[in-house]
Write a protein that binds this ligand. Sequence first.
Ligand SMILES: NC(=O)C1=CN([C@@H]2O[C@H](COP(=O)(O)OP(=O)(O)OC[C@H]3O[C@@H](n4cnc5c(N)ncnc54)[C@H](OP(=O)(O)O)[C@@H]3O)[C@@H](O)[C@H]2O)C=CC1
Ligand SMILES: O=C(O)C1=N[C@H](C(=O)O)C[C@H](O)C1
Length: 293
Amino acid sequence: MAGEGGGGAGGGGGAPLRVMVNGMPGKMATAVAEAVVSRGLTLVPLGLTGDQVAEESVSVSGVDVRLVRPVDREVTLAAIAAEHPSTVVVDYTHPSAVNANVAAYAAAGLSFVVGTTGGDEAAMRAAVAAADGSAYALIAPNMAKQIVALQAGLEAAAAAFPGAYAGYTLSVTESHQSHKADTSGTAKAIVGALGALGAPLDVADIVKVRSPDEQVATMGVPADALSGHAFHTYRLVSGDGSVRFELQHNVVGRAVYAEGTVDAVVFLAARRQAADPVRVYNMIDVLRAGEMS
Ligand SMILES: NC(=O)C1=CN([C@@H]2O[C@H](COP(=O)(O)OP(=O)(O)OC[C@H]3O[C@@H](n4cnc5c(N)ncnc54)[C@H](OP(=O)(O)O)[C@@H]3O)[C@@H](O)[C@H]2O)C=CC1
Ligand SMILES: O=C(O)C1=N[C@H](C(=O)O)C[C@H](O)C1
């Protein structure tokens, strides 16, 4: 593999692994940047931001991060790749931005973790395949260890007992902060597994709750979590209504995703360092490898 080693903290011998976090000064990007520093990795003092962001820089855990507009994206990534090719990039931006970002990461030969939901995963995979072989990717709609375990468990159940819930009707409600643009990527993934278990649902029929009043009144979202929460409820009812199941995961804040994201960064850097022939991963791979803290 070209350039420096895989990095010290979390990445093998040598200097600490360098991590660029994009989507600054957004909530997830900021939480991940803080987790990068607290885990002893090196936060790159540059972060991609949107065209509408007014600030020129932000301070995260004592690191001044200069905000880079989309127009300067390619030149910035090329410079980072030239100097530190083992840098891992993290993307928590916007569904409308993530695919162009991913194309630029792959073209620069940089490995990347995508937490942003609502993008075109097939196009991301194609970008990695078209790159020169130094770019590795991890793409996942949810980085929280326990939710990843739930997702993996349902997928395993579906593989072992396909159609076990045939005849059941599935309904799904997800509530997120009002500015979330897309339907929950986690809900879509869980619906996929429940569909394989015999209870299909069109993702267009997932109920999205984005009104703060409704979130407090009917979902039980704490008022101080309105700007950052993810409440999911999946209900399964048998054909005659005599049997009901309900799965629920309710998260307030961002910390659980940020910690999982740093696990993903360390995992991906190690795969690249080992020149693993598999170049695209998800969080279930990290969980299976026993590399989630
Ligand atoms: N995989 C997981 O575990 C999780 C995934 N997410 C997903 O992560 C994404 C971000 O969430 P969150 O942090 O809450 O959202 P925020 O809106 O708080 O942050 C997104 C940031 O990205 C910026 N941005 C917009 N366009 C670009 C661009 N072209 N390049 C770089 N930055 C850009 C936004 O700027 P501006 O405000 O000006 O548009 C904003 O600062 C969402 O898709 C969300 O669903 C969230 C939590 C967990
Ligand atoms: O936007 C969020 O907040 C979240 N997005 C992810 C999703 O779309 O499923 C993960 C989690 O629900 C938080």
